[in-house]
Design a binder for this molecule. Structure first.
Ligand code: ATP
Length: 451
């Protein structure tokens, strides 16, 4: 197998250098396990979330969306089991006092080799207070998952949408976990975003739907452009299953630090609705008018992390190669559906009338696409900059453009160029975005230089 050129240091450094991700509160030295997404990062992240929302909600008749609040009644977390069970085993080094997750270390401290204390259970939920009095009654939690907001709205949604089962409820939002050890860049953070869907089904159909969602969700990552050989499904062993799960699989990605979870897909039975019914006193039974039965629905839950998808996509897209001038170039081979910019407009000169023509091209393309404009430094350096952030196409306007009203389109991956009428740019780009190979020559275009 070809050795991978990517490692986490390169990705972290690229992200900070180019404005994808910064440490949170950077000027104060940061805060452990918390990150800010910069101008390029926020675009890529939005594109990931939009693809998920499109595929999981908008394109389906059997899934609806939700945006529930982060703060919830604390009873929710009693019912869900998070207050008693959402814990990790914590050990502390007797010499340097560093804290570790017991299941992630061997018998001694990884930092100094010191002796570790026996493990004690540590609850991962962040606590805060609602209202002015900081007492037991006012204690609330930052949600550690978005899923519970869905369960407690099940009845509202069934009653207002007139949808029948099987029905999924999906949401994207922030979650918070006071992880004992953070690390591997944005892989394990204390504040992160999840894309979760609870798919409510008649009891007994859980195996069929679990298989359906395993297949759908695995294909989703492949469709985003992640290489199939870097993805795998791993079934949880009986000792690994959460307190609510009947069966569970992880979709794992081969990160530079090894295989690790991107998404969990769990068969949760009727555990959550039953518990919320018990704790709230409200019946959450569903009446199935096809079978004339009352029952508490079973649930299949695909639960994905936005930040982990972001990291996996960057790792998978990262490449280094030698360019046409014999120099090394870094290129992010991101799908055009996801890249922060879909195209860059680069005039060969920053002087009028060339810059004016280029600005017009930019203004037109900007109406429909996410485009950037850059007129500083040599054209070679500008190409490199766009390659490094994953922009799939560069559009160059040169002196000849003033005469023939044509511009060149340069393909990030092959570095080849086409010369196309400016009036056709949008159509040509659209065709290439939809998967037309770059060397298929559009009508009215010619091959240029690199061919
Ligand atoms: P892990 O075993 O890695 O701690 P988990 O099994 O606790 O993860 P889930 O509770 O199944 O994770 O959460 C669903 C998804 O949310 C995960 O697959 C992951 O993508 C994301 N996620 C969970 N915890 C974090 C975190 N601390 N930082 C970033 N993403 C996270």
């Amino acid at each position: 197998m070809e050795e991978r050129k990517v490692n986490l240091e390169k990705i972290t450094s690229l992200c900070q250098k180019r404005g994808f991700v910064f440490p949170s509160s950077d000027i104060y030295g940061g805060i452990s396990g918390v990150w800010d997404y910069g101008p390029l990062g926020v675009e890529l992240k939005r594109n990931i979330k939009e693809m998920w929302w499109r595929d999981m909600v908008r394109q389906r008749d059997d899934v609806v969306g939700l945006d529930s609040a982060i703060l919830m009644n604390s009873k929710v977390w009693e019912a869900s089991g998070h207050i008693s069970n959402f814990t990790d085993p914590l050990v502390e080094c007797k010499s340097c006092n560093r804290r570790w997750r017991a299941d992630q270390v061997t018998s001694t401290c990884p930092a100094c080799g010191g002796e570790l204390t026996p493990a004690k259970m540590f609850n991962l939920m962040f606590k805060t207070f609602i209202g002015p009095v900081e007492d037991e009654a006012g204690t609330i939690y930052l949600r550690p998952e978005t899923a519970q907001g869905i369960f407690v709205n099940f009845d509202n949604i069934i009653n207002t949408t007139r949808k029948r089962l099987p029905l999924g409820i999906a949401q994207i939002g922030k979650s918070f976990r006071n992880e004992i050890t953070t690390g591997n860049f944005i892989f394990r953070s204390r504040e992160f975003e999840q894309m979760e869907m609870e798919f409510f089904i008649p009891p007994g159909s859980d195996e069929k739907w679990l298989n359906y969602w395993l297949d759908q969700r695995f294909s989703w990552y492949v469709n985003l452009g992640i290489k199939k050989e870097n993805l795998r499904l791993r079934r949880h062993g009986p000792d690994e299953l959460s307190h609510y799960a009947k069966d569970c699989y992880d979709i794992e990605y081969l990160f530079p630090m090894g295989w690790a979870e991107l998404e969990g897909i769990a068969s949760r039975t009727d555990y959550d609705l039953k518990r919320h019914s018990e704790f709230s006193g409200k019946s959450l039974e569903y009446f199935d008018d096809e079978t004339n039965e009352h029952y508490i629905p079973y649930v299949i839950e695909p639960s994905a992390g936005v930040d982990r998808s972001f990291l996996a996509l960057l790792c998978d897209a990262y490449d280094e190669e030698i360019d046409e001038n014999g120099e090394e170039r870094v290129v992010l081979r991101l799908s055009p559906k996801l890249a922060s910019y879909q195209a860059a407009v680069l005039p060969l000169s920053r002087k009028a009338p060339l810059a004016e023509l280029a600005r017009n091209v930019y203004g037109e393309l900007k109406k429909n696409l996410m485009v950037t404009y850059d007129e500083s430094q040599s054209i070679g350096r500008r190409y490199r900059r766009q390659d490094e952030i994953g922009t799939p196409f560069d559009i160059t306007v040169d002196f000849q453009s003033l005469e023939d009203n044509m511009a060149t389109i340069r393909d990030r991956d092959t570095m080849r160029q086409l010369r196309t009428p400016i009036s056709k740019l949008k159509d040509v780009l659209d065709a290439k975005f939809s998967g037309e190979p770059f060397d298929v020559l559009p009508e009215g275009s010619t091959y240029w230089l690199g061919f």
